[in-house]
Ligand binder design. Structure first.
Ligand SMILES: NC(=O)c1ccc[n+]([C@@H]2O[C@H](COP(=O)([O-])OP(=O)(O)OC[C@H]3O[C@@H](n4cnc5c(N)ncnc54)[C@H](OP(=O)(O)O)[C@@H]3O)[C@@H](O)[C@H]2O)c1
Length: 258
């Protein structure tokens, strides 16, 4: 079947594919015809998903560890994989209140995963695309926390997400001459394992829905449109350095009445 965003013949690497948004990104890109390479630390989850999807490969990668990223890309090169699309979805979220007595190094670990991890993967995949003359698309999964709507006590997280939005903008001139595009998506709050403590019950979802201008809590599939647009060279060949906000209007109002 031909779809509007047909990705047949393309290969997509998705980090953080073992859970939540990354899992849905893998399902969505696979559904559009792409071969998908699923990366995260929990290899069993990745293998289960790979077995379910068409034309998929699972690879164990710790994005916070440069050596792990380097060895994964060496393995993928060796296997002859050619990556056209890279979705940087791996991430962690922990509060880092400035007046906490002990933050257990969480500021550093968030930066190491959410910022350095995106840099390690982006550097590796950009070089891979350049070396193979691939006109690729790199998509950083940021957050409205890193743009218009920083949450209280989430400074490390917000800082890391602001940084990956700016990383994409900063790389535009270097990557464009190789016809590689790089963009970001800034989701609002989506119900995934990361946010289950906030959205796990009907009552919590209802309360949150009342604070969103569009009036409902989105599911990971609500990111499919932005993802497919940015992944598809045919539809977004002139879009690079952008950040698409997908938040039901949350950045611009806190309730229908506000
Ligand atoms: N859910 C939301 O409301 C929301 C909103 C805005 C932005 N985001 C962003 O969207 C992305 C996905 O979040 P999610 O909600 O899907 O969370 P999630 O369900 O907790 O998934 C996080 C994913 O990141 C992977 N990951 C974490 N650390 C990693 C590491 N060091 N190396 C490799 N993979 C790692 C996890 O896999 P392993 O544990 O198997 O490694 C998992 O697949 C994150 O970047 C998050 O900040 C989420």
């Amino acid at each position: 079947m031909t779809t509007l965003f047909d990705l047949q013949g393309k290969t997509a690497l998705i980090t953080g594919a073992s859970s939540g948004l990354g899992e849905q990104f893998a399902r969505c890109l696979s559904g559009a015809g792409a071969r998908v390479i699923l990366a995260a630390r929990r290899i069993d989850q990745l293998k289960t998903l790979a077995a379910e999807l068409n034309n998929a490969r699972a690879i164990q990668m710790d994005v916070s560890d440069k050596a792990s990223v380097t060895s994964c890309f060496a393995e993928l090169e060796q296997a002859g994989e050619k990556i056209d699309i890279c979705v940087n979805s791996a991430g962690i979220a922990v509060l880092t209140p400035i007046f906490a007595e002990d933050d257990n190094d969480s500021f550093e670990s968030i930066i190491q995963t959410n910022l350095m991890g995106v840099w390690y993967v982006t550097k590796a995949v950009a070089n891979h695309m350049k070396n193979h003359s691939i006109h690729g698309s790199i998509i950083n999964i940021a957050s409205i926390n890193g743009d218009a709507f920083p949450y209280k006590e989430a400074t490390a997280y917000a800082t890391s997400k602001a940084a990956v939005i700016h990383m994409a903008k900063s790389l535009v001139t270097e990557l464009s001459r190789h016809q590689i595009r790089i963009n970001s998506i800034a989701p609002g709050l989506f119900h995934t394992p990361m946010t289950d403590h906030k959205l796990g019950t009907d009552q919590q979802r209802q309360e949150f829905a009342e604070q969103i201008p569009m009036g409902f809590v989105a599911t990971p599939k609500d990111l499919d449109g932005a993802l497919l647009l940015l992944a598809s060279n045919a539809h977004s060949s002139y879009i690079t350095g952008s950040c698409i906000t997908v938040d039901g209007g949350k950045s611009f109002g806190t309730s229908w009445g506000a």
